[in-house]
Every structure is written in structure tokens, then in C-alpha cells.
Design a protein around this ligand. Structure first.
Ligand code: SF4
Length: 605
């Protein structure tokens, strides 16, 4: 991998790499890039999805003796967001706007506006020197509190001295954040080497950034805001009434919903709204613009009072304008039912936002589960991109994967298979091995649980983070059986080394539900690449299964067996090395008995 990366860097191209967990991707990618960056005056931006991944990168940079700075959003690094009631719960844009205002006030002599910034201006060195030693964002934040110097501003100012900056995806993907970052790093885009960790998350993340939604709850807040700030008349209608019409429009658009979401045709929203408001279609956009202007005034008023510049009128106006602006083949518009009905603008194509990656010197995209060619195409990396799959460094006999041939969760056959699935699961649990059972949905999990008489721990949808943590702690200490769902908090990112986890059961192939959104993704990729089903259904299922199986082997000594309870697993034997099994429990027992034999042989030696 080091040699491959060296080649990619020297040719200023890109690379997509799949390497299993435990491979050492972080140090392996950093070593050649750091060497190259120092020799060729480049900078490295290491993009991570979660804050805990940042820590690992900082540790490895320390071990390489290279300067690294970890950046997180102001929400995590601004002490005032914890201290001042009015700053709590803001989004990145709101906190950034308020921060700019407070900094201006400090520069104009009002040091109370933000004492952390005032101290940063007076004594930047103290915290700065601490950051240069190489610390995680959490450590810098704690030191910032201790020294009363702004951790965020000091981190930003330290970036120009760092060879490696570690930051969340959003700092590169959003243009205004990227410009700030490059400016602070004193680096041109073409001098940047990008490393993307857990890259399989990047396409969805990029889609989300350009998607938006307007919920009934947000409209209710808009109504309250209108009444609080003068209920201005917008194109002959009091603003609070506009909110009422918007709410009514959401209900009217429910006619397009079957199940719990539906595609809204172009101009349907404008037609409903204009009928309710007795105005022309063009008036809707004019009204939206006026709402944005009104909202901006409210935001400024709030900023003057040093409150978060949040305006629901502004958001609703912006949403209406964006709704119309996104009438193109790569966006869809949806109505959703549920506790909080909403309208959604969804971007089908992440390439809008990831295209910029082509302009960096080189980019290295890494993950334990990637469909290389699909990933390259989805984010529109050049054809010359190097695609490589690295094998597991661990003994292959430590992982066994089998699948049942007489059962399925296929929708049309599910009813006839419930009993059989339950029987399989009960039999596996009765082997008393530490087991996690992953279901494709909470609904199926509860259906299976209904007639089960074995005690298991369950990760529920609304479980608070601390309850989940204590349940996992108990599982790690005492073992047992845990029921969870794909896409929940256990299937990705959690480690269960050693004997903490011995069996993973996958109940049914976790194909996404064929919702209108997923079907449109399929259509879009059919049109773009000619095999939409692979992108929309097959790939997400494969990634989820690999992630779940990946929980089993984290070190060279781990051993584990994965059981897929679905005969459709046979479609994935090219990507996942597995065998059909007629006697699952017997195979599990044999697998673990072999382990005893191995241990015995080791002892004899
Ligand atoms: Fe927060 Fe620092 Fe901005 Fe002050 S300068 S508002 S402490 S981020």
C-alpha cells in the first residue's frame, strides 16, 4: 500500500483502497504522504467522519514526528456554546455568524463580548504552543477552558504550521468552509493531498449537504416567530397566515404519498400554495424572497442582542426558493408522513459536491468496505484513479462465513419464513457464544422476538446514548446475545476484540427498502451508469453485511463466525468468501472446537 501511494503521489493521481479493519490504514497512508508532502512542499488534509477517528490520526502523526492539528466545528470547540444559554443548539452557520459578531465587538474594545477571543488576541502563544505539541481537539478544548483562550481560533491560527490537518468531511465539502481551511493552511488546492477515511460514507454525506427539508414543526416555529416579530404582511398576507398555508400545503401534498413517503411532481407545491393563497405561481417565488429578507432582518436583530441568528421564516423562504431551483434531473422532491410531516429536497448525485476532489494534488480514499469502481464513479474521480483491494493481514482460518440455503427474508416469502428464522436464531443462541444478531429493520426484529422465550439485550431505536453504552459494557464484560439493526449504532464503528464477540448473525440480506427515494436513485444510476440496481440496492446491502462481519476480527488473534440467514447470500459469494451450510449449528461447534484443538497444539509446542 505504501508503494502504491508513493506511485499515486508522484503521478498526482487518485487512489481508492479497500483494506480490512486492523490493517493499519491510518499509519500506512500517513507514512508515504507525510514523506512526500515534506519533500514537495505539500499539505495533507485528513478527512474523518467521527471525532474519535481524529484521535488516531493525531497519535500516528506524533509517532511519525510530524506536526498535526485537529479541527472540529465550533459546536465542539467554542466554550461559549456551553456557557451561554443563547448560544446553545446552534448550527454551524449560526454559531459562525454570531462568533464573527462577537469578535468584532472585542476588536472594538468590548472584551466581555467574548473573553476567550480577547485572551487569544492578548496571549495567543500559550495555547498555540500546546497545540503544536500535537493534541486532539478534545484536549485542546480542555486546555482552552483552563487558559481561557479560544480553542477554535487558536487551532485555526496553528493550521499554517501543520503538515497534517485532521478535520470532519464538511470542512472540505462545503465551499465556504474549504476556502477558510485552505486560507488558514496557507495552501492552494493543487498543493493539497487529501486522505478520506471511512470513505464509504462520503457519497451519502455529500448528498445530505445539498439536501434540505421543511417540517411541520419548523413551520409551527415560523408561526410563533412571525407573531413575536410583528407579523409582517408579505404580499398582502400576514406572515403567520403564510405559515398556516404552508402547513396546509404539506397536508395537501400527502396525496402523493403511499406508505410513508412520496414523490412530489414539479410545480405541485407551487400550485397548491397559490390556490390556497389566491395568487399566481410567480408570486410564490416573490413571496419566498420577501420571507428571506424578513428573516434576515430578524437574524440581524438577534445578533445585535448576541443571540443565535436563527430564523424559521428565513429557512422557510430559502427552502421554497431552493425547491424551485432544484427542478433538475438530479434532485427529487418528496413529501413524508409521520409524527412530523415534512417536505424534502433530495440530491441524487453527490458528484455535484465531490467534483472538487479532482483539483487536489492527490486523494487517497480508504475504507474497510468499498465497491471500488462504483465509489470512483459515484463521486466522479477520474478514470485514471488507482483502485486497489488489499487482503486481510490476519489468518484466513480465523474467520468463517456460512449461509443458510432454506430461508429468506424476501418480502413475498417472509411470512412463511418467520418460524424458521426464529428457530435458527434460538438454536444459535443456545450454543452460548457471545453473539450479535443484526436485523434489517426494527419491525422484523420485534416480529421475531414476539414468540421467543430466550432473554436477549436489545438495541432499541430511541435508546439514549448512555443506556446503549451500559448495555454494551455489560455485553463486553459478561457476554450473551445482543439484538440490533443494520445502520444502528452497533453495526458500524464499534470494536469487540477477543472473545467479546464470537458469532455475528445476519438475518436477511439488508437491501434498502424500495422507497420512492431509493427507486429514484436506482433510476438515476441506471441512466448514468447503466446498472442502477447495483448502486441503489446491491451495494448498500453488501457494505452493511461487510461492516457487520467486520465486527468479528479486529486483531490477529480474534476468531469468529458469521451466519447469514438468507439463501440470497449466494448472490454475493464473489465479494464475500462464504459457503452454503446445511447444518449451521454443527458448523459453528466444529469451528470453535478447532480453536480448542489449535490452542492445545500451541500449548504442546
Ligand atoms: Fe466561541 Fe471562540 Fe468565537 Fe468566542 S471567538 S465565540 S469562544 S469560537
Amino acid at each position: 500500500m505504501i508503494r502504491d501511494i508513493e506511485e499515486v503521489l508522484s503521478q498526482s493521481t487518485h487512489m481508492v483502497a479497500e483494506a480490512p479493519t486492523g490493517f493499519g490504514k491510518t499509519i500506512t497512508s500517513l507514512y508515504p504522504t507525510v514523506k512526500y508532502a515534506i519533500a514537495h512542499d505539500k499539505k495533507i488534509l485528513y478527512l474523518v467522519r467521527t471525532n474519535s477517528q481524529e484521535q488516531k490520526v493525531i497519535e500516528e502523526c506524533k509517532s511519525l514526528g510530524v506536526s498535526a492539528v485537529a479541527l472540529q466545528g465550533r459546536r465542539n470547540m467554542c466554550p461559549l456554546t456551553n456557557e451561554r444559554e443563547g448560544m446553545r443548539g446552534g448550527n454551524a452557520e449560526e454559531i459562525s455568524m454570531l462568533c464573527s459578531k462577537l469578535k468584532k465587538d472585542v476588536e472594538n474594545g468590548n472584551t466581555n463580548a467574548c473573553p476567550y477571543f480577547a485572551n487569544f488576541l492578548n496571549d495567543p502563544e500559550q495555547l498555540f504552543n500546546f497545540i503544536k505539541e500535537g493534541h486532539t481537539a478534545e484536549e485542546v478544548y480542555a486546555k482552552g477552558i483552563e487558559t481561557e483562550i479560544c480553542p477554535y481560533e487558536t487551532t485555526k491560527s496553528a493550521m499554517k504550521f501543520a503538515t497534517v490537518v485532521v478535520a470532519p468531511y464538511i470542512y472540505f465539502l462545503l465551499p465556504f468552509m474549504r476556502n477558510m481551511l485552505l486560507d488558514r493552511m496557507q495552501c492552494e488546492l493543487h498543493d493539497l493531498i487529501l486522505i478520506v477515511d471511512e470513505a464509504h460514507n462520503l457519497p451519502d454525506f455529500a448528498r445530505e449537504i445539498v439536501s434540505d427539508e421543511l417540517s411541520e414543526e419548523s413551520i409551527e416555529r415560523m408561526e410563533t416567530e412571525c407573531l413575536k416579530y410583528g407579523n409582517r404582511v408579505i404580499r398582502d398576507v400576514p406572515c403567520a397566515d403564510v405559515a398556516e398555508f404552508l402547513r396546509e400545503t404539506i397536508y395537501r401534498l400527502e396525496k402523493y404519498v403511499s406508505d410513508d413517503e412520496g414523490l412530489v411532481p414539479q410545480y405541485a407545491l407551487e400550485e397548491e400554495l397559490s390556490e390556497l393563497m389566491h395568487c399566481g405561481l410567480n408570486d410564490i417565488q416573490k413571496m419566498a424572497m420577501e420571507m428571506v429578507r424578513y428573516g434576515m432582518e430578524i437574524r440581524e436583530m438577534k445578533m445585535r442582542k448576541r443571540e443565535l441568528p436563527r430564523s424559521y421564516i428565513y429557512h422557510a423562504g430559502n427552502f421554497l426558493m431552493y425547491w424551485k431551483d432544484t427542478y433538475s434531473s438530479d434532485f427529487i422532491h418528496l413529501a413524508r408522513l409521520g409524527e412530523n410531516p415534512k417536505l424534502e429536497i433530495f440530491s441524487l448525485d453527490p458528484a455535484h459536491i465531490t467534483d472538487i476532489i479532482r483539483n487536489v494534488h492527490s486523494s487517497i480514499h480508504m475504507s474497510g468496505t468499498l465497491i471500488l469502481e462504483n465509489y470512483r464513479a459515484t463521486i466522479n474521480l477520474p478514470e485514471s484513479t488507482k483502485l486497489v483491494r488489499y487482503p486481510s493481514p490476519f489468518p484466513p482460518e480465523n474467520l468463517k462465513i456460512i449461509y443458510a440455503t432454506d430461508v429468506t427474508t424476501r418480502y413475498a416469502e417472509l411470512q412463511d419464513n418467520i418460524e424458521k428464522l426464529r428457530e435458527y436464531i434460538e438454536n444459535i443462541i443456545s450454543l452460548h457464544r457471545n453473539t450479535v444478531v443484526f436485523f434489517p429493520s426494527y419491525a422484523l426484529m420485534h416480529r421475531i422476538l414476539e414468540d421467543m422465550h430466550i432473554s436477549v439485550d436489545i438495541e432499541s431505536r430511541k435508546m439514549a446514548q448512555d443506556s446503549l453504552a451500559s448495555m454494551l459494557q455489560k455485553f463486553r464484560m459478561k457476554g450473551g446475545t445482543l439484538f440490533s439493526v443494520f445502520g444502528g449504532r452497533i453495526s458500524e464503528g464499534l470494536d469487540f476484540p477477543g472473545k467479546q464477540l464470537e458469532i455475528v448473525v445476519i438475518v436477511g440480506i439488508p437491501f434498502p427498502r424500495p422507497t420512492p427515494k431509493v427507486k429514484m436513485l436506482e433510476k438515476y444510476y441506471d441512466y448514468k451508469f447503466g446498472h442502477g440496481w447495483d448502486f441503489a440496492f446491491r451495494e448498500p446491502a453488501l457494505i452493511k453485511m461487510r461492516q457487520a462481519i467486520g465486527r468479528l476480527i479486529r486483531t490477529e488473534n480474534d476468531r469468529g463466525i458469521a451466519v447469514i440467514l438468507d439463501r440470497r447470500a449466494a448472490q454475493f459469494t464473489e465479494e464475500i468468501k462464504m459457503n452454503p451450510s446445511k447444518n449451521i449449528c454443527a458448523e459453528i461447534q466444529t469451528f470453535f472446537n478447532e480453536e480448542k484443538g489449535e490452542e492445545g497444539r500451541h500449548r504442546d509446542r
